[in-house]
Design a protein around this ligand. Sequence first.
Ligand SMILES: [Zn+2]
Length: 297
Amino acid sequence: MAFKKLKIITAGVLVLMSVHVSAQDLLAKQAPIDRKLKAVDSVALVRQIKAEQSAYPAYDLYPSWENEYVHGYADVAIPDTFRINLVNFCMPTDHTQITDVFGYRPRRRRMHYGLDVKVYIGDTIRAAFSGKVRIVKYERRGYGRYIVIRHENGLETVYGHLSKQLVSENQFVEAGEAIGLGGNTGRSTGSHLHFETRFLGQAINPALLFDFEKQDIVADTYLFRKGYNRYDRKSRYSNSRQMASSENGDVRYYKVRKGDSLSKIAHSVGISIAQLCKLNHISKGKTLRPGQVLRCS
Ligand SMILES: [Zn+2]
């Protein structure tokens, strides 16, 4: 049976060869077909890889995709530097007034990881870049109604205190797409947008990326440097209290201003004068000079 089939095929090929083309022509034609088949295979493979990657933006950087935790990146290795492309941006709001800056809040004794921008209840809040919505949740004592989006450039942006969320988790959004409405939910006094920019969970002072007053990005790219993304003395939105703090709050610093005393500083950062002296290896009678940086934790 098999032999018979082979005979028929051979006969067929012979007819084809004799009628239409020579054997060499046939071989020549066969080669591109093989290449084409291989090309189709790799196209399919690339398509499959892309489909897997498009499961979430910045697939190469982030180990996972989940909808629970805003900052669930404890085990992620942070690169020393990473250049973040900001070009295809949209300002989250057209309001320009900054009501609170990024940095340590001595009165609350905690970090403020975002920038507060004055908005009114019902104002449209837009996605800063295109990306995929990771979290749409409500936190009564914190962010209120908030949204977290992960972007292709590696950033995650957080939008807090919204009155309404207009997107759902796992939804893809374009830069500039309306994602929510301004509000005063959660721990907030007065309607405003709490806006955070994070890279692998590391908070970056949004004023280093976005200039709300000019309604523009600060530069086309931002060079993330491990441990150096908090604070820029040149920026008017930098922390006016001149405090910097590490992510975990393990080391904080205070830059001495004219008129500061050890007791005043100790009080404002919430530690005793003795602790402050011990941390900085100084005596209680030490004269402070403006610009001097003291360790506070
Ligand atoms: Zn805030």
